[in-house]
Design a protein. Sequence first.
Length: 337
Amino acid sequence: MSSDSNAVLRFAGAAEVADVAGATLVLTTTDTQYGAATVGVYSLVARRPEYLPKTTGLAADFPLDDGIAAHPDVFMATRFDGTDWCEGFTGCNGSANDSVRLTTDAEAAEEGFDPLDGTALRVHYFPGGLSATSQQYNFLTAGDGEQEEVYFRYYLRFGLDFVPIVDGGKMPGIATDDSYCGSGGSPSDGKCGWSLRGSFKIAMSPDNPLYPRQVVGTYAYHGKMTGDYGDPWRWQQYGLAAIELGQWVCIEQHVKMNTPGVDDGVFEVWIDGHPALVKTDVFLRDVPPYDLAGDLAVHRMWGNHYHGGTNPTTVPLTLFMDNVVIAKSRIGCTEGL
C-alpha cells in the first residue's frame, strides 16, 4: 500500500449484509508501519466507463485511421496492413522463432483474436523467453528533433492465453535516451535519462472475481524515484486498467516535459477515451538543454514487450497490437470500430 492508492477487503462467501448481526476486523501493524490510514465501512458502487466522460482527439476526423498519417500533427501512423510490419518505425526487431508477425483472424482465432481492422501485429512469448519484440520511433532518427510533448496511442488485445504466472512485464511507452540511466536497474536522477513504459502484472488469483483480466499500468523511471528499479504508476481510475482478455482496448499516453528542476511535468493515460491516470507533478529532468544526454526531452516511442524482471515465462503468452499513432496533439480513439 502507498499514499496514492486505496484498498478494499472482500470476504468471499459472506452472507447477505442484511443477515449479518455483527463483525470484527482486527488489523495488526508491523515495525515498519508509518503514517496514518483511514478505515471505514462503505457501500461500493462500481462506476461503469459508459457513464464516464469520453474525450476525443484528431482521430475523430479519420474513421479507421484512414489518412491520419497526413495530418500535420502526426509523426507516424501504422495500421499493420503492409507486408513489412516494421514500416513506419525507425527501428524494430523480432526473432526467427515467429514471436512477432502480422496475423489475420483465421491464423490466430484459437488465441482469441478478432481483427480490429484488417491484419494486426501478433506478439508471442514462448516458454523460456523474456523478450518478445521491441520497436521504436526515434524522433531524432526520423529528423523530427527532440520533443517537449508527445501523444502515443495504440490498440491492444490480450490473447486468451495471456495469464502470466511467473512475473509481470513491460509494454509500449515513451522515453528519452536511456543509454546512461533510466531502465534496467539504472535509476533516474533527473540528469541522465528516464522512461515511462507500460506494464502488465502477474496474473491475479483465480479466486479474484475479476480473474483472468489483466492489470496494466506504467513502469516509471523518473527523477524522484528512490529505488534502483522503476516505480509502478497504477492506471487505477474507475477500474479501467483491469482489461478483459480477448477484447480490443484503445490506450493513449501523453507526456509533457517538466521545466528543468521543477515538478510540473504531465503524464496522462486514457483507456477507450476515458481518463485512467492523470499526473501533473512529474519530475523527469533537472538539467539545462544539451547537458550529457541532450536535454532529456522525449526521444522515442518505445514499443517494448518484455517478460520480467529476469524470470522467463513458463507458459505461452500472446497479445496483439494495431493502429499505432504518434502525434504532437491529442489523438483519441478511431471512429468506425
